[in-house]
Design a protein around this ligand. Structure first.
Ligand code: NAD
Length: 302
């Protein structure tokens, strides 16, 4: 088993994952257009590359954690992409790229004799740092056996199928459900606030009742009621995930009425707060329309 790995995209998720690989004894060559991101990883023991081709010249297995399917495709198959180096054997895509993106990537890599592991992750920046992510992998069983020891450094893995794209579909459904729970809980919080009910007390009751979700148990107490809004997942990336899920639903003729409403709220929040705004700030447009701020007068602010 090779101890030499490549890692492209060392952002909020990629950087802590690359660090875990270095800590586990792998030699990791990294590329990212952000010089600051590279400098931080080099301090942690990584080798720097100046493009994806240099990464795959140094490592036969390369992991990706990139924003969009288009960027993933370009890093793998474009000019100066991974496939321009002959030694590349396996690409593990940890990004959320949607089922179609994963199929295009796998086909493009297969044309170069390179294996594709479709392996999105769930669990956020905190999970990436602590090695407690939930990973879902879709690839041939022999590829899975080869990459499993690497991926176990990030958390728990389920081998969900043999065809790239299957893990991505599960991931984008998961993310649509997750953001929809956050959206409806945000509406509930604003309603409680406007009615004079302590939003923190609302969450306390919801969390022992049937309305609870990851949003009510984790994101809202930590990042909304404290008004830190620093969960670490960008509104633009969430909007991309929801688009990928709704595109797939449309292609398969499945109505997504509730999901479409969540998408509209994301579009508004992204317009007001920018694509780099934090997902947990999704509540801010609702507060603006209602003319209240959650926590105001109840001592919930940090
Ligand atoms: P991020 O924007 O923090 O990081 C992306 C990194 O990719 C940045 O460092 C950026 O400089 C780099 N990059 C951009 N263009 C590039 C290119 N052409 N070549 C190489 N690198 C490039 O995003 P993130 O939050 O770390 O998310 C990465 C992926 O993981 C996304 O697909 C996202 O949907 C998914 N994801 C994020 C979270 C989360 O909570 N943040 C959780 C699960 C999955």
């Amino acid at each position: 088993m090779t101890k030499k790995l490549g890692f492209i995209g060392i952002g909020r998720m990629g950087a802590p994952m690359a660090r875990r690989l270095i800590a586990a004894g792998y030699s990791v060559t990294v590329f990212d257009p952000s010089a600051d991101a590279i400098a931080e990883l080099v301090k942690a023991g990584a080798q720097a590359a100046s493009n994806p081709a240099e990464v795959s010249a140094a490592a036969e297995i390369v992991l990706l954690s990139l924003p969009t399917p288009e960027i993933v495709k370009d890093a793998a198959l474009g000019a100066n992409g991974l496939t321009t180096s002959a030694g590349l054997r396996i690409v593990i895509d940890l990004s959320t790229t949607g089922p179609r993106g994963a199929k295009v990537l796998a086909e493009g890599l297969a044309a170069h004799g390179v294996g594709a592991v479709d392996c999105p992750v769930s669990g956020g920046v905190a999970g990436a740092a602590s090695g407690k992510l939930s990973l879902m992998a879709a690839c041939a069983p022999e590829l899975f056996a080869e990459v499993e020891p690497i991926l176990l450094n990030f958390g728990k893995i389920t081998h969900v199928g043999n065809e790239p794209g299957q893990a991505q579909l599960i991931k984008v459904i998961n993310n649509l459900m997750s953001v929809t729970a956050l959206a409806i809980a945000s509406e509930g919080l604003v309603l409680a606030q406007k009615a004079g009910i302590d939003p923190a007390m609302l969450m306390q009751v919801v969390n022992t009742g049937s309305g609870r979700s990851n949003a009510s148990e984790d994101k809202i107490p930590k990042y909304v009621l404290t008004r830190s809004f620093d969960f670490g997942f960008a509104l633009g990336l969430s909007a991309k995930d929801v688009r990928l899920c709704l595109d797939e639903a449309e292609a398969l003729g499945v109505p997504m009425i509730v999901g479409s409403a969540a998408r509209q709220l994301l579009t508004v929040a992204k317009g007001q707060l920018g694509a780099d705004g934090d997902l947990t700030a999704l509540i801010k447009p609702i507060e603006g329309w209602a003319g209240v701020e959650v926590g105001d007068g109840f001592g919930s602010k940090a």
